[in-house]
Design a protein around this ligand. Structure first.
Ligand SMILES: NC(=O)c1ccc[n+]([C@@H]2O[C@H](COP(=O)([O-])OP(=O)(O)OC[C@H]3O[C@@H](n4cnc5c(N)ncnc54)[C@H](OP(=O)(O)O)[C@@H]3O)[C@@H](O)[C@H]2O)c1
Length: 277
């Protein structure tokens, strides 16, 4: 049976490689979601030149209505969605003050992930796989102990995690983040928030997911050689190409029917990473 897949931030970097990998699978209709029409069209054309046939969806994950409409459209067109990869992430600059970039960063990476969960959770088909591309930096254990109970994924609601991330952004904007114990780089807190949101979604869906063979996980692709990562790492010699890194993320996003693990986990290179807390 045909499977319906969507990848956000699908026009470049890891997202484009994920779309490419899904398009190569038999019987998959793959939506390349891009926030910019020109960049999206260019990416679709580049894959068409490889003999692949992704479909374009214009989707800015900061736009709640647009994310909802996209999920509705796919559900109406196909009856539901089988593979959701929430991959989009905002770029951050080394030379830009954190206070100037934390808000759009959290809005894209964290609230964008939550918007994808809220919109696409209800339209998942039986057997669906939902993957949030996060990072190995996204463990509560890596945070200052004072901050860990803010990510209590056994008890927190999605709204709690959203509120924690808004409070984090406010702390950075007010210059209070260091005294509260947050690290200087704004990427790890955002990734912890993404993994926490994924875990809360998985927890709340657990009973239904078991019955309907749905899997929800977060993924770390490892260090990937993209325009986003290059400015942050002096040594990229160990970085995987996007196509190489996509292999294990796609493994997670296409786990065969009947597999019940991993579920609600952060997974890197096919292994579960402890979240801590
Ligand atoms: N690269 C690494 O080493 C690494 C390591 C661990 C985790 N990750 C994670 O892997 C994912 C992909 O990273 P990457 O390196 O491929 O990044 P990237 O090259 O910067 O690609 C990010 C994608 O997200 C899109 N995007 C940005 N803002 C958006 C928005 N508001 N709505 C929809 N799409 C939006 C971008 O679109 P535009 O082209 O229009 O900007 C782009 O297509 C991210 O979640 C990242 O955190 C990467």
């Amino acid at each position: 049976m045909t499977k319906i897949a969507i990848v956000t931030g699908g026009n470049q970097g890891l997202g484009l490689a994920l779309v490419r990998g899904l398009c190569r699978l038999p019987d998959h209709v793959v939506y390349l979601a891009a926030r910019d029409r020109q960049r999206g069209l260019a990416a679709v054309r580049s894959l068409e030149n490889e003999g692949l046939a992704p479909r374009l969806e214009i989707l800015d994950v900061r736009d709640t209505e647009a994310v909802q409409a996209c999920a509705r459209t796919l559900a109406e067109r196909h009856g539901g969605v089988d593979v959701v990869i929430s991959n989009a992430a905002a770029r951050i600059g080394r030379d830009v003050p954190n206070a100037d970039q934390v808000r759009p960063f959290v809005d894209t990476n964290n609230h964008g992930t939550q918007r994808m969960i809220d919109a696409f959770g209800p339209v998942l088909n039986d057997g669906a796989r939902f993957v949030v591309v996060a990072s190995a930096f996204g463990t509560a254990a890596s945070l200052d102990p004072r901050l860990r109970d803010r990510f209590d994924v056994a008890r927190a609601s999605a709204a709690d995690i959203t509120a924690v991330m808004d409070a984090y952004a406010a702390a950075v904007e007010a210059g209070r983040d260091a005294e509260e114990g947050w690290p200087a780089w704004i990427n790890p807190p955002s990734k912890v928030g993404q993994v926490a949101a994924t875990k809360v979604f998985a927890r709340d869906l657990a009973e239904e997911a078991e019955r309907r063979d749905i899997l929800v996980n977060a993924a770390c692709p490892g260090l990937v050689d993209t325009d986003a990562s290059r400015p942050w790492f002096d040594d990229m010699s160990g970085a995987a190409s996007p196509d190489e890194a996509a292999v294990d993320v796609l493994w997670l996003a296409t786990l065969p029917a009947g597999m019940r693990e991993p579920y609600g986990e952060l997974v890197q290179y096919r292994k579960v990473l402890p979240f801590g807390g």
